[in-house]
Design a protein around this ligand. Structure first.
Ligand SMILES: Cc1cc2nc3c(=O)[nH]c(=O)nc-3n(C[C@H](O)[C@H](O)[C@H](O)COP(=O)(O)O)c2cc1C
Length: 146
């Protein structure tokens, strides 16, 4: 059994639905998973896998609820951290999924280990983004026997 922290960035709620679906998958697989809708560094368990699940808004920006967390992460030593990234975006923007890419880069700059290349869900092709996220996570769990 492993423990996961699901860190959500959302404006309109789609990433929250994805986070709920991810949590369901993890719990079904006897893992524990907590969702953070107002993520703060101090509230997170630092010995778990983090799953960053965020959309992009504005001109490639992170949603407001996760921006303070992104700021907190800057200049942290994250070398003991492992994480996954699921970005929601719309490929008609030339800043497609830039919010999640931004956060991924902050984590990597701090020395964290990305456990698998990020999943970018294009909401133009995936009207139900949680389906793509669930398939991806199930596949990752199967291959990693967490
Ligand atoms: C005002 C606005 C700006 C957006 N800007 C971007 C963007 O720059 N890049 C991108 O990939 N998607 C962009 N999107 C698409 C959203 O990321 C996408 O609709 C996503 O599913 C929203 O998820 P949320 O409900 O969790 O916020 C934008 C959507 C809106 C409404």
């Amino acid at each position: 059994m492993a423990k996961f922290e699901i860190i959500v960035g959302s404006v309109l709620g789609a990433s929250e639905y994805v986070a709920d679906a991810l949590q369901e998958v993890l719990l079904k697989n006897t893992h524990s998973a907590e969702i953070h809708l107002t993520p703060k560094l101090a509230d997170l368990d630092h010995n778990t896998n983090w799953i960053i699940c965020t959309s992009t808004h504005g001109a490639g920006d992170l949603p407001d609820n996760i921006q303070p967390f992104a700021e907190q992460l800057k200049n942290q030593n994250l070398s003991k951290h492992t994480f996954l990234v699921i970005g929601l975006g719309d490929s008609s923007y030339d800043t497609y999924c830039h919010g999640s890419i931004q956060l991924e880069n902050i984590m990597l700059s701090g020395g964290a280990t990305l456990l698998h290349p990020a999943l970018h869900i294009d909401v133009l092709n995936h009207p139900i983004p949680e389906d793509a996220a669930v398939a991806w996570l199930n596949n990752w769990l199967k291959n990693n026997e967490q």
